[in-house]
Design a protein around this ligand. Structure first.
Ligand code: ATP
Length: 310
């Protein structure tokens, strides 16, 4: 099956500043891929190259099977881009902004009108449709911006920091929209500075640092790579806790509670082994919970390690 996005050996330099130093990416259709990186890591540059706005120096780059250099028009027809700076014209009303996009996408008049109405409903903008976009809240503007991206029914959507500056409620609304798009088969390429956002939405995450992808995997894969993960075991009484401590050896007791912490990567194999050891000695466990480091830990550890080795 053709990947939505497939990139091999992508390089880009501005003068003698190498921004992307050989990047490989593979994004299956209907999934959310998140590119993480510190400010200036090259996220926006990657989005610009994938969306044909900027040329690459080297690499094989395909979006929906089309080569970005040789078939830029086919790529543009398949994608939508919502950047850090919204495309909304604040002097026009919400409906006018959408109609303008319908015209730019050369939709037949009737179809364009119908799609505008449907998108206004879907994004809860019907009541505000006749008001100038300049009077909209941040969340409404972002919803309008996303609706404008969807006018052309793109198969792949690039969201460059889509929730920067939004309050938590509006951010959740955008997340809901992203989830419903993916459920409809759309592929999302997301850059974000909020690790929580990548954790919530992304099927796979790649961390960009020093011009290279320094880690890639599911949010869970990445968290398991970082030390600090543990399993917490709770017991009904002191006797069971002591028995477990004898069996496990490397566990530490949590203060003032009938609980033990066992260092673990939280993987299924590690959990099976742990439970097997306790089962063998008939030690009864009351509760079990897995604690993995969050993506903040992962991000700091990966980018710090890289900085330290430079
Ligand atoms: P941010 O989170 O701050 O948006 P980013 O990861 O998106 O960061 P880019 O905007 O891709 O980073 O920039 C990567 C590097 O390339 C930066 O050092 C930037 O200064 C440089 N850069 C980007 N565009 C140009 C350009 N047109 N000319 C020269 N240098 C550029």
């Amino acid at each position: 099956m053709t990947a939505a996005i497939s990139v091999t050996g992508l390089r880009k330099a501005y003068g003698d500043h190498t921004v992307l130093d050989g990047i490989d990416l593979h994004v299956p259709r209907g999934t959310v891929f998140s590119l993480l990186g510190a400010n200036g890591a090259g996220k926006t540059t990657t989005v610009k190259i994938l969306s044909t706005l900027v040329g690459a120096d080297a690499g094989d780059i395909r979006v929906e099977g089309h080569d970005v250099t040789r078939e830029p028009d086919a790529v543009r027809a398949a994608i939508g881009v919502t950047g850090q700076f919204s495309a909304v014209d604040k002097l026009l009303t919400g409906a006018e902004n959408l109609r303008l996009m319908a015209d730019l996408n050369q939709l037949p008049r009737g179809e364009g009108r119908e799609r505008v109405t449907r998108l206004l409903e879907r994004f809860d903008l019907t009541t505000a449709a006749g008001k100038p976009a300049g009077t909209y809240s941040g969340g409404m503007t972002r919803r309008l911006d996303l609706a404008m991206t969807l006018i052309g029914s793109p198969r792949v959507i690039f969201l460059d920091e889509p929730t920067t500056g939004l309050d938590p409620r509006s951010r959740r609304e955008v997340w809901q929209i992203v989830r419903s798009l993916v459920a409809g088969g759309v592929t999302i390429f997301l850059t974000t500075q909020y690790l929580e956002e990548a954790d919530e939405l992304a099927d796979r995450i790649a961390v960009l640092d020093g011009g290279r992808i320094v880690a890639e995997g599911t949010p869970g894969d990445l968290k398991r790579r970082i030390p600090g993960g543990h399993v917490r075991l709770g017991f009904a009484d002191e006797r069971r806790l002591s028995a477990a401590l004898r069996v496990l050896g490397d566990a530490t007791r949590e203060d003032d509670s009938l609980a033990l912490r066992v260092p673990s990567d939280g993987s299924l194999t590690a959990l099976k082994t742990l439970i097997g050891r306790l089962d063998e000695r008939a030690v009864e466990v009351g509760e079990l919970s897995v604690h993995t480091p969050d993506l903040d830990d992962v991000f700091l550890a990966l980018t710090d390690r890289k900085a330290a080795s430079r």
